[in-house]
Design a protein around this ligand. Sequence first.
Ligand SMILES: *Cc1c(COP(=O)(O)O)cnc(C)c1O
Length: 379
Amino acid sequence: MTANVPELIATSRLTVDVGAIVRNWQRLHAFVPRSAVAAVVKADAYGMGLEKTVVALAGAGCAHFFVATPDEGLQARKTAPGAEVFVLAGLTRANAPIYQEAGLIPVLNSLEDIVCWAERCRETGNRRPCALHVDTGMNRLGLTLDEAKTHAGDEKQRHSITPILIMSHLACADDPGDALTGGQVSRFEMVRALFPGTPASLANSAGTISGIGKGMELARPGIALYGAQAVNGTLSGMEPVAQFEARILQVRQVEKGEGVGYGAAFAAQRDSVIATIGAGYADGILRSASGSGVPLRQLSGGAEVWLAGYMVPIVGRVSMDSCALDVSNVPQAVLEKAEWVELFGHHIAVDAFAAAAGTIGYEALTGIGRRANRKYLND
Ligand SMILES: *Cc1c(COP(=O)(O)O)cnc(C)c1O
């Protein structure tokens, strides 16, 4: 893990309310009262910090964690030695011993994965548990329905591994009207019937909030824990977790007609006041959030940020380490005192910041750069 950058020498900062993550996790239980609720903590807990997140959730009673890679699995395992850590992908013959020694639970996504894990268990005489992932319509990872049937019907193969979870993943649950979800649910019910007695998990955040996982043993929410939208158009009662800010580096006068930033993509329509902040695309302000001068900007205006009570637009192209704000409407006295601007957090929803860059809250959260000072509240 990279060491935290001290605030004094950082030009961006991320404040994470760890207590809010725990409260969001508790809120999710209400949607699936008879299920256990796991926490998906892949990608450094969606950029919020895996270690802090796992410690807090394990302390609150969360017993199941999902990560994307074996490396993340080792981190989670070290942080919560008593919890079950499922690794969604990345098993190879060469790294299977690492899973086994660390007590990681591999999610097996193919017949090759099954053979790989079965061989490892046989060779070592150690039948470590695993999870089986069956694809029900997303076509990303997982056994096909036919492969699952063949596997379940083959006594020898079936007993070569010890699955403690059967899972599938929803492709469209963020859109409550999408017809694919119903099909995935009924296909997953067929899969469950092939593995009677094995706990099942289907719902991500959107599925959990929509009650899709109600009859299943385990829900697997990620994004809702971190206070971003899971179901389009609503926070579903979750509270924001992250605040992302950048330091104001300089304020300058720009005359009418002058350009700002690379390509002079913004031309001042009037005499303007421009503030340059110390965060750019290397820090998580996507270049597509530029006020002008990049292809996506033909679709909408650029992002707006919050400066001491004023909403101010990003103008011109976002640079690697900085970007420009038109602060002409902010009173001089306010500008003189202001040190930081908020990109998202208390005044701007992460989903709004993301939408202005043509993307989603997931990408905005996971895209926050390593140069940001990280501050944790209520951890
Ligand atoms: C990322 C992921 C989740 C969590 O999804 P959210 O939409 O963040 O709730 C659950 N299951 C799998 C397989 C995933 O890849």
